[in-house]
Design a protein around this ligand. Structure first.
Ligand code: FEO
Length: 385
């Protein structure tokens, strides 16, 4: 696949993976992207996952035929991109590895060597001339690891964006939900905590004339780039992407679920533009995390459990806090047969988040939903609609 006349795609699709990074389901598989820039000198942009060494090597050799690569640019050291560095150097011992100083430290940790014979350290603003193509390296710490650099090619006006603008899903699977759905789940799961750092990268990118974005996962982006850049700006500034209410619940005997469903119906009846209802025990929690960041208002409904809260809700709130959840309005529904304390526990956990407003109404259920609870749910829907 040609990205431009002189940039070729040499990545692979993974359909065997059960959990990406050990935790995210990827029903449409995963792509590990890699690119070759063909000029007077040849640069390879990142490698791939260890299980695809052979396929990647074949793609690589097909891309430049009898020529030999001069540089391997390592933008990110996570093993889904760096696992074939050793094999590459074995095949092409003359090539230079171009990476940040920290990437070489991490290389040594993962692979026992930082390839001193091949090492070429680059920092912010360093340039590499390939002939017509001039690469400029831009540091992007914590997008997604501290060693990350992204690379701008001024000849074809391409930004190689490392994990930025990545997405779950292999490239040979049609994604009916469009780019944003799996890109958002990927973003908030993987980089969500580091909004400040993503904002810093977006500021640097704003000074560049970018025609194409080549990420390490997901499709190459080449049209309507402002759509993707605007979404990244909203996500990384923890802004509200869509009007509506996200309800996340856990339920032991169905009563808390019933309350959540009553609330959802009341919101719809009152004209709320969108209600997303999620069962934390049965759904994909990464989807619910994504929804929590997408909408401006969320409702959490759970039972009191061991004087705490139900485990799935505890993990969910901890995940939100850890990912820098902020700028949201939150409503709470608690259930407890003899001493409901879940609302207090949830509130205390969420107090670590910045700029959170709690609704005036908290719904407190003692086992089953009563007439009085219905009224509380109505008041909550009125506040949040
Ligand atoms: Fe795709 Fe952070 O590795």
């Amino acid at each position: 696949m040609n990205i431009t006349d002189s940039i070729k795609y040499i990545g692979v699709n993974d359909h065997e993976l059960d959990l990406f990074e050990g935790q995210y389901i990827v029903p449409n598989g995963m792509a590990y992207n890699s690119y070759v820039i063909l000029d007077e000198k040849i640069a390879v942009m990142d490698t791939t996952d260890v299980n695809f060494t052979h396929e990647w090597m074949n793609n690589l050799k097909e891309a430049f035929g009898s020529r030999k690569p001069d540089y391997l640019v390592v933008q990110h050291m996570e093993p889904d991109h760096s696992s074939c560095i050793g094999q590459f150097i074995k095949e092409f011992p003359e090539a230079k590895i171009v990476a940040s100083a920290m990437a070489f430290n991490i290389m040594k940790n993962f692979y026992g060597t930082d390839f001193p014979e091949n090492k070429m350290v680059v920092g912010e603003g360093a340039k590499l001339n390939l002939g017509k193509h001039e690469l400029t390296f831009i540091t992007a710490p914590m997008v997604h690891w501290p060693e990350v650099i992204v690379t701008y090619d001024s000849f074809d006006k391409v930004l190689f964006s490392a994990d930025g603008f990545g997405k779950f899903g292999a490239l040979d699977v049609e994604d009916d939900d469009g780019w944003a759905c799996e890109a958002r789940r990927y973003y908030f799961g993987i980089v969500g905590k580091y909004g400040v750092q993503v904002q810093a990268l977006l500021k640097k990118a704003a000074n560049l004339d970018i025609q194409k974005i080549c990420p390490l996962h997901g499709p190459v982006l080449s049209e309507n780039l402002s759509y993707y850049l605007d979404l990244y700006n909203t996500w990384s500034s923890y802004g509200v992407e869509a009007e509506g209410v996200m309800i996340a619940y856990t339920s032991v005997y169905g009563n808390t679920k019933k309350a959540a469903e009553i609330l959802a119906q009341k919101l719809v009846d009152k004209g709320c533009p969108k209600v997303a209802l999620n069962d934390l025990a049965r759904g994909d929690m990464a989807e619910v995390v994504e929804d929590a960041f997408k909408y401006g208002k969320i409702v959490l409904a759970t039972t009191t459990y061991n004087t705490e809260i139900f485990p799935f809700m505890r993990v969910f709130i901890e995940t939100l806090v850890e990912h820098n959840f902020q700028n949201r309005t939150i409503g709470l529904i608690e259930n407890g047969s003899w001493a409901p304390t879940a609302a207090k526990v949830m509130k205390t956990m969420l107090e670590k988040c910045k700029n959170i407003t709690f609704s005036n109404t908290t719904v407190s259920i003692k086992s089953a939903v009563t007439e009085q609870n219905e009224q509380q749910l109505d008041a909550l829907a009125e506040e949040l609609k």
